[in-house]
Design a protein around this ligand. Structure first.
Ligand code: RI2
Length: 326
């Protein structure tokens, strides 16, 4: 039976829109913002009975979850908050939900710092690292390596279509790291100058496949052929529990105008020419055989053994979601 319509706080809608538009982006940042929006919902709810309070939280969670389908950090954050929420009165539910959000955010912060210290151990003084897109988990490894006094240089792929490599380049320059920015198609040539490829992840499947910004898989294949190790930096909230039960990870398809704006399209063909198809998948899948290590806050794993970690952390995940209608 469909749940009756429930109102949620405007912050939830605003957050959902900002995530969908990628004003907030990056798997960790999305998770953080979604948890904050749930906190706002819990704080501001004027529900007088626990059933309504719970229904509001479920509705808010569904709205947030539906924004971007690939990054599992988003539903994992929502699951975490619901797991910590309990009680028989509205006040008990509210307090526990708020506490659960705060606990989640503190863990998120600590996990990234810890992961960074582990990842930094793989980087040697004087190494050159190639980056794709922008990942705070990947950059935390460089941050920690710099703290250890190592000198690092970077080659950054611009990462079409949204050129998120620019965010990486800017951050690295702020830290004083010398950066060479290249077009995506230059990656193979520049791999000869790289000691590592370092990327983040939006989701990691039980077989060790890494779902990350489109272009990662081609880069990984080239890196393997060139003998350059590829390292994935990903907190455990990037582990995808549904893949344990045979589900695949949905790849987000974004607006074609990110690839080809309308004015440029007109240069190729008339706007009403439906013979020109433009596709814009945001992510791709890199099979485990192209990945050397997945670095998490729990340590470094060969991709094939990440299933052990998923089982340990999400073993009780049944596929029934806490935001599903009661
Ligand atoms: P952190 C990003 O996706 C990139 O694919 C990046 O590798 C991944 O999220 C992880 O980011 P998008 O949101 O959590 O830019 O490491 O589409 O910051």
């Amino acid at each position: 039976m469909a749940e009756p319509h429930v109102d949620f706080h405007p912050t939830v809608e605003e957050t959902a829109e900002r995530i969908a538009a990628m004003d907030v982006r990056g798997a960790a940042a999305i998770a953080d913002e979604a948890a904050l929006a749930l906190r706002k919902q819990a704080e501001a709810s004027d529900a007088t009975d626990p059933g309504t309070f719970r229904a509001e939280l479920r509705g808010a969670a569904r709205r947030l979850r539906d924004t971007r389908p690939t990054a599992v950090s988003l539903p994992n954050a929502l699951r975490y908050v619901f797991r910590g929420m309990g009680g028989e009165t509205v006040e008990q539910l509210r307090e526990s939900a708020i506490a659960s959000v705060e606990e989640f955010r503190a863990e998120l912060d600590q996990a990234q710092a810890k992961l960074g210290r582990i990842g930094a151990n793989r980087l040697r003084d004087g190494d050159t690292v190639m980056f794709h897109c922008h990942s705070t988990d990947a950059l935390s490894c460089v941050d920690a390596a710099l703290d250890q006094g190592k000198e690092i240089e970077a080659i950054v792929k611009e990462t079409r279509p949204r050129k998120q490599g620019h965010i990486t380049a800017r951050q690295l320059r702020e830290w004083g790291v010398p950066v060479t920015l290249i077009v995506d198609s230059g990656a193979r040539r520049y791999l000869d100058d790289a000691d590592h490829v370092l990327v983040g992840a939006d989701s990691i499947a039980a077989d060790g496949s890494v779902i990350n910004k489109v272009g990662t898989s081609g880069l990984a294949v080239n890196a393997r052929e060139r003998g350059v190790p590829i390292m994935v930096a990903a907190q455990t909230i990037k582990l995808h529990p549904d893949t344990m039960t045979g589900h695949t990870v949905e790849i987000e398809m974004r607006d074609r105008r990110e690839v080809l704006p309308d004015d440029e399209r007109e240069e190729i063909s008339a706007l009403d020419d439906d013979g020109l198809t433009v596709e814009n998948p945001a992510f791709d899948v890199t099979p485990p055989r192209y990945i050397d290590a997945i670095v998490t806050e729990r340590g470094q794993y060969p991709p094939e053994s990440v299933v052990v970690l998923i089982r340990e952390l999400f073993g009780e995940h049944t596929g029934t979601e806490p935001w599903e209608e009661a």
